[in-house]
Design a protein around this ligand. Structure first.
Ligand code: HEM
Length: 133
């Protein structure tokens, strides 16, 4: 039976509208938002401008949210929503670190932010391609 938005509610039966999204859309959104989030966070660390702190928080916040939502879409499309896998948990921890570093870049040293960013991004990409656990 085709899936539609009225599934499970016979009283709201409507036309069989396919609402399935192509996983490629999630892949595109996940990767582009991660690329931009990394770029913005590196840029903040390289040149932290206090008067742009709010704007940068909004931009990196939106990009991080898009990355997370698209990641969740990929979990549902490609991994049967099995969130209890080690590599998924590790990626979420890396995401949290990257999100935190944007704000920390205004106080902590450049080298700390650069090192932590490279480590978090490197671990997240390693996790998705090698899946050690
Ligand atoms: C710093 C954070 C993250 C980075 C750098 C990152 C990076 C990547 C990259 C490079 C891919 C491979 C895309 C492809 O080959 O098509 C990917 C896929 C994926 N990511 Fe992330 N990601 C991050 C955070 C997350 C989070 C928080 C989640 C969970 C909500 C997540 C879930 C996924 C899933 C499910 C896939 C698809 C895996 C597959 O193709 O089987 N990612 N990510």
């Amino acid at each position: 039976m085709p899936r539609n938005r009225f599934n499970g509610c016979p009283c709201l039966k409507g036309p069989d509208i396919e609402v399935d999204m192509d996983p490629k859309i999630y892949q595109f959104l996940h990767v582009i938002s991660i690329i931009l989030l990394s770029g913005f966070t590196f840029a903040i660390a390289a040149n932290p401008q206090k008067h742009k702190k709010k704007l940068m928080a909004i931009v990196t916040g939106i990009l991080g949210l898009v990355a997370l939502v698209a990641g969740a879409g990929l979990m549902s499309k490609l991994h049967n929503n099995d969130w209890a896998q080690g590599w998924v948990v590790a990626k979420m921890a890396c995401w949290l670190v990257v999100m935190g570093l944007g704000g920390m870049a205004y106080k902590k040293s450049k080298s700390f932010i650069f090192a932590a960013l490279i480590a978090a991004l490197g671990i997240a990409v390693y996790m998705v391609y090698f899946r050690p656990f």
